[in-house]
Each structure stands twice: as structure tokens, then as C-alpha cells.
Design a protein around this ligand. Structure first.
Ligand code: CO
Length: 139
């Protein structure tokens, strides 16, 4: 296992529209993707591009969304997770499991169309951490 590129910082928000306006108007963001639904994960997602990484804005699709509870505690939204790339998701999963780290749920397809999983924040110094297989042609 070798720590890869920081792909994105996940930010929960009650309103992608409002957050996009903040990133555009207050932060000068120029590249903002189209928001899209990830029904399997119960979220709507929108990527804001910074020169070296992305911010993943995440809005709940409904009251059962995994981020609904986060927003109950943080009504304004807030930093939710970090996402690092790895070359091989199965190898990475075996690595973490071999250390006894809790992997949350099955490996699944994430917002970039590549396999991802999450590590429990209690096994990662309090930070919910997404591990994502690098897209094949990029980078
Ligand atoms: Co993410």
C-alpha cells in the first residue's frame, strides 16, 4: 500500500445550489461540474475543480441518506471525508482488512465511476476516509 493522490475532499451540504454559488462567488471557482444523483448511495453530488484536487459537494437525496444524520449535527454542512486514490482497490481493501481496520460496506462504484470503499473514522484518526481506484486513463 502506498498513499496516492488526494482525489477530493467531500463536503456535505443541505443545498448543492447554494454551495456552488459560494464556491463560484466567494472562492472564484471557475470549473464546476453538473450535479448528478447517485441513488445507490442516497446522495446527489457535484464536483468543484481546484487546480490540484476537487471538492465533492454531497446533498442527501432523502431522509434515509447516509449524510442526513451528519446534516442533523451540522445543519450548515461541513467537511465530511477525504478521498485518496490507489492503483488497485482489491489490494488496498485486503491491506486495510489485514490491519484490522473497519471497512464500511462493500466495495462499490463511486462518483467517478471507479470502485471505492470507506474506512471507519475511528480507524483513521477521526477522519472518514474514502479509498478510490484511480481512473484507468487519467493521470
Ligand atoms: Co467522495
Amino acid at each position: 500500500m502506498k498513499l496516492g493522490r488526494l482525489n477530493h475532499v467531500g463536503v456535505a451540504t443541505p443545498s448543492i445550489e447554494r454551495s456552488v454559488a459560494l464556491y463560484r462567488e466567494r472562492m472564484g471557482a471557475e470549473q464546476v461540474g453538473e450535479p448528478f444523483d447517485l441513488p445507490a448511495q442516497g446522495v446527489r453530488v457535484c464536483f468543484v475543480d481546484a487546480p490540484n484536487t476537487q471538492v465533492e459537494l454531497i446533498e442527501p437525496l432523502g431522509p434515509d441518506s447516509p449524510i442526513a444524520r451528519f446534516l442533523e449535527k451540522n445543519p450548515e454542512g461541513g467537511q465530511h471525508h477525504l478521498c485518496f486514490e490507489v492503483p488497485d482497490i482489491a489490494q488496498a481493501r485486503a491491506w486495510f482488512e489485514g490491519q484490522g481496520a473497519r471497512v464500511l460496506g462493500d466495495t462499490r462504484i463511486g462518483a467517478h465511476g471507479t470502485p471505492i470503499f470507506f474506512l471507519h473514522p475511528k480507524d483513521m484518526g477521526g477522519v472518514l476516509t474514502e479509498i478510490m481506484e484511480s481512473p484507468k486513463q487519467a493521470h
